[in-house]
Design a protein. Sequence first.
Length: 491
Amino acid sequence: MSTLLQTIYALCALSLGLYTAGQALLLWRFWRTRRAKVAAPPLVEWPHVTVQLPLYNEAAVAGRLIDAVAAMDYPRDKLLIQVLDDSTDLTVQLVARKLAALNARGFHVQHNRRANRDGFKAGALAEGLRRSTSRYVAIFDADFLPPSDFLRRALPHLLADPTIGIVQSRWGHLNAEDNSLTRAQRLSIDTHFVVEQAARNRSGWLIPFNGTGGVWRRSCIEAAGGWSADTLTEDLDLSYRAQLTGWRSRFLPDVEVPGEIPPQLAAYKQQQARWATGNTQCLRKLARPIISSNLRAAQKIMAIQHLCQYLPQPLMLLMLLLTPPLLIADGLAGLSLAPLGIIGLAPPLMYVAGQMQLHHSRGARSALTAFPALLFIGTGMSLSNSLAVASALLGMKTPFRRTPKFEGNWKRSRYALSADSTLWLELALMVYALWAATLAWDLQREFFVYLLIYALSLAAVVAWSLRESWSLRTGRSDLASHKAAKTSEIF
């Protein structure tokens, strides 16, 4: 039995090493190409463009998004603002008023409502495409604010090169300084776009469409088979299918579209679980087509590596669960995680490289102070993400759960989420990790720090979740009291 556990442990460590080697390769490619610039061709024509805005119960942010799109520097007769509104709350009335006002000002608008939410966001995008004749389609999620010159800067790349089917911008941040959680997310998001997306695109490897802040060529969507709802990451799915059929994607690191970062841990956990599920569903769906395609070997390897980006968390969780029995059985004697620790320096160095690319040295140092929070939060959420990965690997159907947006104090928002049931599992796992750390201190101290970090990370997530639940309860109680006082004043 001990031999079997040792074998599983070693395979987990080897798999983690291979994935991290891919991250190290991305870092190297970024460093080699860090001075490369994407030349912007001149805008020689004004094609008709549909701007799709998929919404579901987004009363807090829908108005500002529509205003931002209306402020775009683009001819009104060439622009269709298409709101794909699946909402079931007052968002519907808010959007209707906004669009009526724009229509009176000469804008072409559509308020698309469906009888049901079949296909969720993918279904809404597909339905919107059927109601449009534009050759180019821009997409913005509810929590993003496109700059006025976005179309002027993005469209020329599609017009100048008929092989490019997708243009993706870099995400910026509207509320990065809200709290430690948003600062940690900023560091992670910046690294994905500044380092990973740039390195993949410049190397000719496949890159994902990130769901918002981009423009599609209609013929590319249609050639790839259209939007599909059989994964929770319809953006990743379609963009990979498009590139497998020969279309190219262009990433524009200098075009920034700021968005709202979830300021609530429960909302962030839900977002990450959805992404983990969808990413793993895409791995199941696309791994075979990628391997059997005509892509170069490096393209295939790095595409699979990207689709495996959430697998390290269940691997690390499994290693944590195996550590105590192996320590007791002396099954880890002679086994060192030092090589994994050395190659594991690649991700932290990617954070450094990304911030140095974006900021001057002082700004980079300031942003990098969020790294400990990112480490603890990311590690502490490994259980919920591992459960999401497992459900996808088992082919279980998972509903699409939107990430709530707040534009202000989330504690008083109707969209704020309560802590989910994984809280108690995380608490139990925290106790287990503490026990494992005490065992390591007595039996094999080289594992102590790794296990202690895990225990502290889980403790941080549990404590954060409990604090949020209390703040949410207090905030809603204060809001109810305020409304009651206002009502009594009226009467």
